[in-house]
Design a protein around this ligand. Sequence first.
Ligand code: PRP
Ligand code: MN
Ligand code: MG
Length: 182
Amino acid sequence: MGKDLAKVLISEEELQAKVRELAARIDADYVGKDLLIVGVLKGAVMIMADLARAMHLPVQMDWMAVSSYGTGTKSSGVVRVLKDLDTDIAGRHVLIVEDIIDSGLTLSWLVNNLKSRGPASVEICTLLRKPDAVKVPIDVRYVGFDIPNEFVIGYGLDYAERYRNLPFIGTLAPHVYEHQGE
Ligand code: PRP
Ligand code: MN
Ligand code: MG
C-alpha cells in the first residue's frame, strides 16, 4: 500500500477532532428535532459511523447507495441508485452525510431527489470538499475540510474500490492511475 500513497493529507487525529467539532454543531442545531441522518454508500461509511457516535442526539440512521464514478478517477455525471432509503422521509428533518463533494454532481442530484419526497428539511454534511472541482454549486451546511483538487483516498474514499480502510486521508501517487484508459 505504501508506494501507492503520495502523502498523508489529513491525519487520523485531525479527522477525529473535526468529526467531534461537526457532531457538536449538528447536536446544537437539531436540539428538539427528530433527525434522520442519511449516509451515502459506500464512501460515507467511516464519517457516518464516527459522526453518529460523536453525536448525543438520538438520531435515526439510513443509507442510500449511489455511484457516479465506477472504477475510474473521473465522475461520469450519471448517478445510479443502487439502494434507496428504507425510510419514508415525508415531514422528516434529513441530514445527508457524504465523504466528499468533488464535482457536486452526485449531491446536487441527491438533494433534488430527496426534496421531491416532501421532507421538513434537507441539509448536507460533507467531510471533504474540493472548491476547485465544483461544477454545480451546492448549499452545504457542514464542511469538514476544503482540499486541493487532487485524487484523495482513505477513510471511506476509494480508488477502484481499494484504500477505503485507511484511517487517514491521503493522496494517490499519479503512477497508480496515469496509464488509465490506455
Ligand atoms: C464518490 C464520493 C461522492 C461522490 C463525489 O462516490 O464518495 O459520493 O463520488 O463526487 P461528485 O461530487 O463529483 O459527484 P462514488 O461515486 O465513487 O461511489 P462510492 O462512494 O461507492 O465510492
Ligand atoms: Mn460516494
Ligand atoms: Mg468511489
